[in-house]
Design a protein around this ligand. Structure first.
Ligand SMILES: Cc1cc2nc3c(=O)[nH]c(=O)nc-3n(C[C@H](O)[C@H](O)[C@H](O)COP(=O)(O)OP(=O)(O)OC[C@H]3O[C@@H](n4cnc5c(N)ncnc54)[C@H](O)[C@@H]3O)c2cc1C
Length: 456
């Protein structure tokens, strides 16, 4: 047996727990059936670890590209337990931290191609939802970046100038009058509307993706946490509490949870984001705020707030201060300080909603690389292991599209996706945890101060 750094134990404790407690979307999901944990000893050609958007799309696309191949997805809890079942449901074209930073690190041409990749990602997801008739409350409402302070107004003007300079389509400047026609708030001074963003229910999308992967011929094992992986001369042996799976290739679709795997843990780091959701707004409350377009909204802070209406007219608000986690503590879902901040922020925007009850609060990990861009790559020299991580909190559209890219890499196809600059790259490592954690706390402190003194 060849010893490798993947002959290791995985800490599966953070993946325990009642999935229904992890988000409003998971709580309100209809009954989850067809759970098929891995039992006994079996084998397949390709094992995909992680049953979020990335893993399920990879399995689906592998079956389409290589119909004879036996593909199995291994998910520790139910599919959607991770960030895919906990996010805000914005299917957007955001990439990395922001366009200027991507241009600074990777050059202008790559930053523009990243935007086009994301446009394709949003369209690809729309096509998948339509083709597979996934009922995930998808609405193409667009999104609005709003300035709530004069400094944020300058930031939006810069963004508009950049979009013009790079010939990016779909952006509109909304002045104070246009904003006042749409919203009953005094807080909005400038807006950049972008028509291509979609909104959806992410837990329903995940369950629809499970069905889609199964119908394409992939086997999805839920409640099957991968406890260890051993490499041998022919491939890999993957162990769960009740079974073992031999596979020729392994794909790590674990994004922020990659911290649990030693070969990946330095490539990205998880930070926590939080969301709150209100009771459904009454007709009077809806009328009092305006918002006829029902577009998604972000503000122009660095640690931005984002908000939207759900299909049953609840107000969802997320973002605000991020929280780094120490080592593998990837189950720190609750953050009272952030929940309070989110409540007070939305009531500042719409004071007429005072008294509105917030019924659900949760959090989840987003995956951050040192250079603030995603990475899809082979692990090791023999091209038998691949990974996708570093989605930077923008995975609703990107993760399914990255799944297609991963499948194409395995199939040996050269496409516009596999040729992207973040595919096959070497990601710079985060330092060891004892340095990483204080460093992340320092960075989050700087972002907080920047928002307080520059953008708020
Ligand atoms: C609060 C929050 C809000 C967000 N809002 C948005 C948004 O509005 N728009 C947007 O574009 N993005 C958003 N994101 C980011 C987006 O949710 C993610 O980028 C995306 O879901 C990542 O998908 P994934 O499949 O790569 O990872 P995940 O969905 O995290 O899937 C990884 C899976 O791997 C499983 N796993 C881990 N270890 C093991 C193991 N040992 N064995 C078996 N399985 C394992 C986990 O249980 C998990 O289900 C948000 C994220 C958070 C946390």
């Amino acid at each position: 047996m060849i010893k490798s750094k993947f002959t290791q134990k995985v800490n599966i404790k953070p993946l325990d727990g009642d999935f229904r407690q992890k988000s409003f979307w998971l709580k309100t999901l209809p009954e989850v059936s067809g759970i098929e944990p891995l039992k006994g000893s079996t084998k397949c050609d390709i094992a995909v670890i992680g049953g979020g958007f990335t893993g399920l799309s990879t399995a689906y696309n592998l079956r389409l590209l290589l119909p004879g191949v036996d593909v199995r997805v291994m998910e520790a809890n139910i599919c959607g337990f991770g960030s895919s079942g906990r996010n805000g449901g914005f299917s957007s074209t955001l990439f990395g931290m922001d366009k200027s930073l991507t241009a600074l690190r990777f050059g202008k041409i790559n930053a523009i191609s990243a935007h086009h990749y994301m446009e394709d990602a949003v369209e690809y997801l729309e096509g998948i939802i339509e083709k597979n008739k996934i009922n995930c409350e998808y609405e193409k409402r667009g999104s609005l970046l709003v300035a709530t302070t004069p400094s944020q107004t300058r930031r939006i003007d810069q963004q508009i100038r950049l979009a013009d300079k790079w010939n990016l389509e779909g952006f509109e400047l909304w002045d104070e009058k246009r904003l006042a026609d749409e919203f009953n708030t005094k807080e909005y001074h400038r807006g950049m509307y972008y028509r291509k963003t979609g909104l959806l229910n992410p837990a329903l999308l995940t369950r629809g993706s499970v069905k889609m992967a199964r119908e394409a011929g992939a086997i999805v094992h839920e409640m099957s946490p991968v406890r260890s992986i051993k490499k041998n001369s022919t491939g890999f042996c993957i162990y769960t509490p009740d079974g073992e799976l031999k596979a020729e290739k392994v794909i790590f679709a674990t994004n922020a949870y990659s911290i649990l795997f030693s070969g990946l843990s330095a490539k990205q780091t998880p930070i926590f984001q939080n969301i709150i959701v209100s009771e459904p707004l009454s007709r009077e409350q809806i009328n009092s705020i305006g918002w006829q377009s029902r577009c998604g909204i972000d503000d122009a802070r660095t640690q931005f707030h984002y908000y939207r209406l759900t299909s049953d007219n609840r107000l969802l608000i997320g973002g605000g201060n991020i929280k780094p986690v120490f080592k593998q503590k990837i189950d720190q879902d609750h953050n009272e300080k952030v929940f309070t901040l989110l409540r007070s922020h939305i009531l500042k925007i719409f004071p007429q909603l005072r008294g509105l009850n917030f019924t659900h609060e949760w959090g989840g990990p987003v995956s951050i690389t040192v250079d603030m861009a995603p990475a899809i790559s082979f692990l090791g020299r023999n091209q038998k292991m691949l990974y996708s991580l570093g989605l930077m909190g923008h995975g609703v559209s990107m993760a399914p599209y990255n799944g297609l890219c991963l499948a194409e890499l395995v199939a040996g196809k050269k496409t516009r996706r596999t040729e992207m600059f973040f595919v096959g790259r070497k990601v710079p490592s985060w330092p060891p945890h004892l340095i990483r954690f204080p460093l992340l706390q320092f960075i989050s402190g700087i972002m907080k101060a920047e928002d307080r003194f520059r953008w708020d």
